[in-house]
Design a protein around this ligand. Structure first.
Ligand SMILES: C[S@@+](CC[C@H](N)C(=O)[O-])C[C@H]1O[C@@H](n2cnc3c(N)ncnc32)[C@H](O)[C@@H]1O
Length: 270
């Protein structure tokens, strides 16, 4: 599996390192460059090592996802989307999400974008016995993949998977008068504005609730033109839209690919 580099400055250091080698730059400078990359990369690994360990089932989901034959599944027509293992939230981000759920004493969590179920189960583990996670995905194939993983955990019973385009499933949830204390939005980036508006306008976010958007930095392309990536403009558009919402409290946390935490202002400044 190819290494995922979230910080474009580290990506640039790798390119400079290659250039230095090609051009035969002084070895001392090349070594110092390598040291700089190692130090920059050690930061997240260190944070992860100090954070609590994941459960055995979460560890298994992570390692199975890293070697999962997504390309084959796509070629065989089992998935419509080209999924890849880098979509996984994983250990460090999972601990971050569990902190949000436990600090807010949430009981009902909604996730948009199940994938192999890492964040879903992480949420379920941090919820009380009567807590629930509703997770939405468009790929029927993932229903089975995730369900098999959840069946191995005693927290799996708290999880309900809803398959279909999240745009429509959200409307169904609103007809069912569902409400959530934490909403985690992590599906197609082009859908973020619609998901946010539907959650707010259809009253899916409970009073005092929190929304977390993953990938708010999108490999740096949210703020760095040189790092332009597919979907980068969607994330920029979304971040700009949220900035225009004076009624919302926002903080963009530079963890992994950026977690944008959003709450109603009236719930923060009482
Ligand atoms: C980045 S992955 C989610 C990762 C997951 N939350 C985790 O923590 O491991 C994005 C998921 O969104 C799903 N998705 C994409 N477009 C969607 C849509 N329109 N409605 C529902 N799910 C969608 C994809 O099938 C994929 O599984």
């Amino acid at each position: 599996m190819a290494k995922v580099i979230w910080d474009p400055a580290i990506g640039e250091l790798y390119k400079i390192k290659e250039l230095c080698a090609e051009r035969g730059v002084d070895e001392d400078i090349q070594n110092r460059l390598s040291d700089a990359i190692t130090t920059a990369e050690a930061r997240e690994a260190y944070c992860e090592s100090v954070s609590s360990d994941p459960s055995e089932v979460l560890t298994a989901i992570q390692s199975e996802t890293l070697v999962f034959p997504f390309e084959e599944a796509y070629k065989d027509g089992k998935t419509k989307l080209k999924l890849f293992s880098g979509m996984l939230s994983g250990h460090f981000f999972g601990k971050f999400l569990q902190s949000i759920v436990s600090m807010s004493k949430a009981k009902r969590v909604l996730e948009i974008g199940t994938f192999t179920g890492y964040a879903t189960l992480a949420f379920a583990e941090a919820l009380p016995e009567d807590g629930t996670v509703t997770t939405l995905d468009i790929e029927p194939y993932l229903d089975e993949v995730a369900k098999n993983a959840f069946a191995k955990s005693r927290h799996g019973k708290k999880i309900a998977i809803r398959i279909g385009d999240a745009k429509e499933t959200l409307l169904k949830l609103s007809e069912e008068k569902a409400q959530y204390d934490v909403v985690f939005i992590d599906a197609n980036k082009a859908g973020y504005v619609n998901y946010f508006k539907t959650v707010m306008e259809k009253d899916l976010l409970a009073k005092g609730g929190t929304i977390v958007f993953d990938n708010a930095l999108w490999y740096g392309s949210a703020y760095d033109d040189k790092s332009a990536q597919e979907n980068g403009h969607e994330i920029r558009k979304f971040n700009e839209y949220l900035k225009s919402r004076d009624d919302m409290f926002r903080v963009l946390v530079p963890i992994r690919d950026g977690a944008l935490i959003v709450r109603r202002k009236e719930d923060v400044f009482l």
